[in-house]
Design a binder for this molecule. Structure first.
Ligand code: 4FV
Length: 236
């Protein structure tokens, strides 16, 4: 499942270009019993199974032997800190990151205590495993590794890169289903286009995610636009 997710798109191109080296570890290879057991019943009773600490701790130790001390050992779980673009930028600055993927009800708590350096969640919902969250993080972080995404500009302009939602995008045809592309985008006036996109990003953020504006890094022009929009909203 994870290898399939790594075999497509920007991540696989990053691997082919030698910019990313991603190893997927099978926890059963870090078991000692002939049934290669990685889970067991929960102490205290209750439904489901819990992942045993030994295979996970041994796997991280083996990684340390093979690749040295990782910059971060991230445990993926709904109990983690929210994963954001800022977290992606931080992780993309590390040479080596380990991602621990849970299954069943989760991992024995001592895994977090013994080997995890942090715990991250991709959202307030419960998945059947940590593999998809790990692939989400690999994708978001890989895009920030120079050279992985062809056009660096497209990364700089990403949503949230400055804390704002993205502006609307259009391409041919100029008219579709009776809906026309905003004139300014056909005008060739780059300065006007840049201003239109800035305003659109601010209006969207104000409309859909106003809480983001507090931490957004706005330039002087954007701050003026925001004040003007809010003034207008107040007067309306
Ligand atoms: C999850 C999340 C998540 C919980 C139990 C895997 C599942 C199972 N991980 N963000 N949301 N994990 O739902 O990171 O082990």
């Amino acid at each position: 499942m994870v290898e399939a997710g790594l075999a497509e798109g920007v991540v696989s191109r990053g691997i082919d270009r030698g910019l990313l080296d991603i190893k997927v570890h099978d926890l059963r290879e870090h078991t000692t019993d002939r049934h290669r057991t990685v889970d067991d019943v929960p102490y205290g009773g209750g439904p489901g199974m819990v992942m045993k600490p030994e295979p996970l701790v041994k796997a991280v130790e083996a990684i340390r032997q093979q690749r040295g001390e990782p910059g971060a050992v991230v445990l993926l779980s709904p109990q983690g800190r929210p994963f954001t673009q800022a977290e992606a930028v931080r992780l993309s600055g590390l040479p080596h990151v380990v991602l621990l993927c849970g299954r069943y009800e989760g991992m024995d708590e001592r895994v977090r205590e013994l080997v995890a350096t942090e715990e991250l969640s991709i959202g307030d919902y419960v998945l059947s495993g940590g593999e998809l969250p790990a692939l989400v993080i690999v994708d978001a972080v890989s895009r920030l590794v120079p050279g992985v995404v062809g056009d660096a500009q497209s990364v700089e302009g990403d949503s949230f890169s400055r804390g704002l939602l993205d502006y609307p995008h259009y391409t041919r045809p100029a008219e579709f289903a009776g809906r026309a592309v905003p004139e300014v985008l056909l005008s060739g006036h780059h300065a006007e286009v840049r201003k239109w996109r800035k305003r659109a990003a601010i209006e969207r953020t104000l409309d859909r995610r106003p809480e983001l504006l507090a931490d957004a890094s706005l330039d002087e022009e954007e701050r003026e636009m925001l004040n003007e929009i809010q003034r207008k909203d107040r007067d309306d």
